[in-house]
Design a protein around this ligand. Structure first.
Ligand code: GTP
Ligand code: SPV
Ligand code: MN
Length: 584
C-alpha cells in the first residue's frame, strides 16, 4: 500500500533514504495486521504474554530502565523566533534542530522495519479531528498507536481527501539518554523524536501532536488544545452536564473521568468522554464544545484499585498492553494498590521482586487500553460535534495552601487561576518528585508556544462569547502534619463536582473570598461522609498570609515573560492582592 498523496509519498521516501530501513510497512490498522505484528512482537520479546485465562489478549512491555517517563529537559520547540517558544520551552532554531537530530536518524533503521502509521486524532468523521502520520521503527509504538488513535486505512483516506497532516518521525535509536531528543517544528507541522520508546516521547499522536503542535495551530485558528479530561455528570433527575478538567500529569484526570459515585449519592452517574486531552472549539451557540482526540487511555497503573478506580480496573482484564508493571507467579499484571490478595514475584525490570529494592511496578507504569472497553464510556465519546462544556476545572497536587475548591470571579480571573496553577511534581516525568513547581493550565510540559501568548489567547475568548463555562480550582491532595491526605478523594470528589455544577445552574451558595467564591461548609453536600467538621473547615479556609507569599511567587514567575505578558493578567493579580490585603 502506498498513497495518492504525493507529499506523503515523497516524505516517506526521503525518511527511508535517511534512516535506511530494510523494509517499509504501511499500516492499514486491520485486525489481520494486528495479529501478524503481535506475533512478531512476541517473538522479539517486545511484548510478553500475560495469563490467558485471567487476562486474555493482555501483554507486558518492559521499556529500558532509563526510559520510563517523559524527559522534559530533552524536549524542544524549534521556532524561527526564540520568543515564539517562550521561557516555558527549551528552544533551538529549526535549522540547528534538524541538523542535530537528522545526524542521529542517519542509518538508524538499518536491519529494521520502518512502519508508516496514518492516524486520526478525533472521531474520523469530525470536522474538528486532525490527522497525522507517524513513521517509527518500534513495534510497541505501532501496537500502542493502534489503541490510542484511529490508525490505518480510514485515516489515510482522510489525509488523501483533505491533503494536510502532521509529520512525526520516531526511532528508538540506541536508547541512550545522551542521544535522546524530542523536537517539535510547529511552523512545519513536524515532530522528530529519537532515543526513547516511552509513551509521551514516542506515541507522537498524543502529547507531541495533540498538545504541542495542536496548541500552536489552535492559537492561530481560534480554538484550544488542552491537557484536560472530559466527563459527563448525570444528576438524579437525569440531566447530564459536561466538565473539562486540567490537572498536571499523575494528578487525577483518569480517576475523575471514570469516577464511581459513592453509595451515599444514589442516582448520580458519570460518563467518560476523555481522560487526558481535550480540543475545545466555540460553537455557533457561543458555548465551548469539546472532543477527545484520543481513542484509548494511557493511564497510570499504581493506585488503580477496587476502591479507587474500579471502572479502570475492570477494563484492564482483557486486550490491554501493560508497561513496566510487576507480575505474579501465575503471570497476572501487578502494581502497588491493585489488590491485597495477589503478590508480585517479578518486578518491573524483570528481576525477582525484592520489597527492599523499591516497588514492584514502576511508579509511572501504565496501561494502554481502547476507550470502548470502559464501562462508563459516554455514548457521546464519538460525537463529531463533541459535548458542550459547563465548567472548566483546574487543579494541582498541593499538600498545603490551595483549598478543596474555589470559583473564579469571571473568565478573565479564571485565566489567572489557570495560569497560577502549581503542583508537586510526579513520576510522570524524569526528575525529582514532590517538588512544587508552576504548571499553568497543567500545560507546562505541553504548550507548544510562549505561555504569555497562550494566556493572551485564552483571555481573548472573553470577547468572543458571553456563554463561556465557569472556571474553578480544586485540590484533592491537602495533607495533615503526618503526610496523610485529609480529603477522601476519588468517588467523594463528586460532592465537589455537585457544588460546581450547582454554581453553574445558579442553585448552589457560595461566600466571596479574596481568591474567589468558596462554599461555606454547609454549602457542600457532606451527608453520610465520614469526616470531622474541623477537617471540612480546614479544607474550605484560606490563610491570607500564605496566599500573599503565593502571589509574590506568581508575580516572580509572570515576570519571566516580560513584554509578552498580557496586561489583563497583571490586573487580575492586583485585584486579588488588594482583596487579600484588606483581610490582613
Ligand atoms: P496522567 O495520565 O499522567 O496525565 O495522569 P492523570 O492526571 O490521569 O492521573 P491519574 O488519574 O492516573 O492519577 C494519578 C495518581 O493519583 C494515581 O495513583 C491515583 O490513584 C491518584 N489519585 C487520583 N485521584 C485522587 C484523589 O482524589 N485523591 C488521592 N489521594 N489520590 C488520587
Ligand atoms: C502525562 O505524563 O501527562 C501522560 C503520560 O499522560 S504521557 O503520554 O507520557 O505524557
Ligand atoms: Mn497526561
Amino acid at each position: 500500500m502506498t498513497t495518492k498523496n504525493e507529499a506523503l509519498q515523497a516524505w516517506v521516501e526521503e525518511v527511508a533514504q535517511l534512516t535506511k530501513p530494510d523494509r517499509i510497512h504501511w499500516c492499514d490498522g486491520s485486525d489481520a495486521e494486528y495479529k501478524e505484528l503481535l506475533q512478531i512482537a512476541l517473538a522479539t520479546g517486545d511484548l510478553i504474554e500475560l495469563n490467558k485465562e485471567t487476562h486474555p489478549s493482555c501483554y507486558l512491555h518492559r521499556s529500558h530502565p532509563t526510559d520510563v517517563a517523559r524527559t522534559e529537559h530533552l524536549t524542544f520547540i524549534c521556532t524561527q523566533n526564540r520568543d515564539d517558544a517562550g521561557p516555558n520551552n527549551n528552544w533551538i532554531s529549526p535549522a540547528e534542530g534538524h541538523d542535530k537530530i537528522d545526524s542521529l536518524f542517519d542509518g538508524c533503521m538499518q536491519g529494521r522495519t520502518m512502519y508508516v502509521l496514518p492516524y486520526c486524532m478525533g472521531p474520523i468523521d469530525s470536522p474538528l479531528a486532525r490527522c497525522g502520520v507517524e513513521i517509527t521503527d518500534s513495534l510497541y509504538v505501532v501496537l500502542s498507536m493502534r489503541v490510542m488513535t484511529r490508525m490505518g486505512k480510514a485515516a489515510l483516506a482522510r489525509i488523501e481527501r483533505d491533503g494536510n497532516f502532521v509529520r512525526g518521525l520516531h526511532s528508538t535509536g540506541d536508547l541512550s539518554p545522551e542521544r535522546r531528543f524530542i523536537m517539535h517544528f510547529p511552523e512545519e507541522l513536524m515532530i522528530k523524536s529519537i532515543g526513547s520508546g516511552y509513551g509521551g516521547n514516542a506515541l507522537l499522536g498524543k502529547k507531541c501532536h495533540a498538545l504541542r503542535i495542536a496548541s500552536w495551530q489552535a492559537k492561530s485558528e481560534g480554538w484550544l488544545a488542552e491537557h484536560m479530561l472530559i466527563v459527563g455528570i448525570q444528576n438524579p433527575e437525569g440531566l447530564t452536564r459536561y466538565v473539562a478538567a486540567a490537572f498536571p500529569s499523575a494528578c487525577g484526570k483518569t480517576n475523575l473521568a471514570m469516577l464511581i459515585p459513592p453509595a451515599t449519592m444514589p442516582g448520580w452517574k458519570v460518563w467518560t468522554v476523555g481522560d487526558d486531552i481535550a480540543w475545545l472549539h466555540l460553537g455557533e451557540d457561543g458555548q465551548l464544545w469539546a472532543i477527545n482526540p484520543e481513542a484509548g487511555f494511557f493511564g497510570v497503573a499504581p493506585g488503580t484499585g477496587p476502591k479507587t478506580n474500579p471502572t479502570a480496573l475492570n477494563m484492564l482484564d482483557h486486550d490491554t498492553i501493560f508497561t513496566n508493571v510487576g507480575v505474579t507467579a501465575d503471570k497476572q499484571p501487578w502494581w502497588e494498590g491493585k489488590n491485597k490478595s495477589e503478590v508480585p514475584v517479578i518486578d518491573w525490570k524483570g528481576n525477582p521482586f525484592d520489597p527492599a529494592g523499591g516497588p514492584a511496578a514502576h511508579p509511572n507504569s501504565r496501561f494502554t487500553v481502547a476507550a470502548r472497553q470502559c464501562a462508563s464510556a459516554s455514548e457521546r465519546m464519538e460525537d463529531p460535534a463533541g459535548v458542550p462544556i459547563s465548567a472548566i476545572v483546574f487543579g494541582g497536587r498541593r499538600a498545603e495552601l490551595a483549598p478543596l475548591v474555589f470559583e473564579a470571579r469571571d473568565w478573565k480571573h479564571g485565566v489567572l487561576v489557570g495560569a497560577a496553577v502549581a503542583s508537586e511534581t510526579t513520576a510522570a516525568a524524569t526528575g525529582a518528585v514532590g517538588v512544587v513547581r508552576r504548571d499553568p493550565m497543567a500545560m507546562q510540559p505541553f504548550c507548544g508556544y510562549n505561555f504569555a501568548d497562550y494566556w493572551t489567547h485564552w483571555l481573548g475568548f472573553a470577547e468572543k462569547s458571553s456563554k463561556l463555562p465557569k472556571v474553578f480550582h480544586v485540590n484533592w491532595f491537602r495533607q495533615d502534619g503526618n503526610g496523610n491526605f485529609i480529603w477522601p478523594g476519588f468517588g467523594e470528589n463528586l460532592r465537589v463536582i455537585e457544588w460546581i455544577l450547582g454554581r453553574c445552574e445558579g442553585t448552589a451558595n457560595a461566600v466571596e473570598t479574596p481568591i474567589g467564591y468558596m462554599p461555606a461548609p454547609s454549602d457542600l453536600d457532606t451527608k453520610n461522609l465520614d469526616i470531622e467538621a474541623d477537617t471540612i473547615e480546614a479544607l474550605l479556609s484560606i490563610d491570607p498570609a500564605a496566599w500573599q507569599k503565593e502571589l509574590d511567587d506568581i508575580r516572580d514567575y509572570f515576570n519571566k515573560y516580560g513584554e509578552h505578558m498580557p496586561r489583563a493578567l497583571w490586573d487580575e493579580l492586583e485585584t486579588t492582592r488588594e482583596a487579600l490585603e484588606a483581610k490582613l
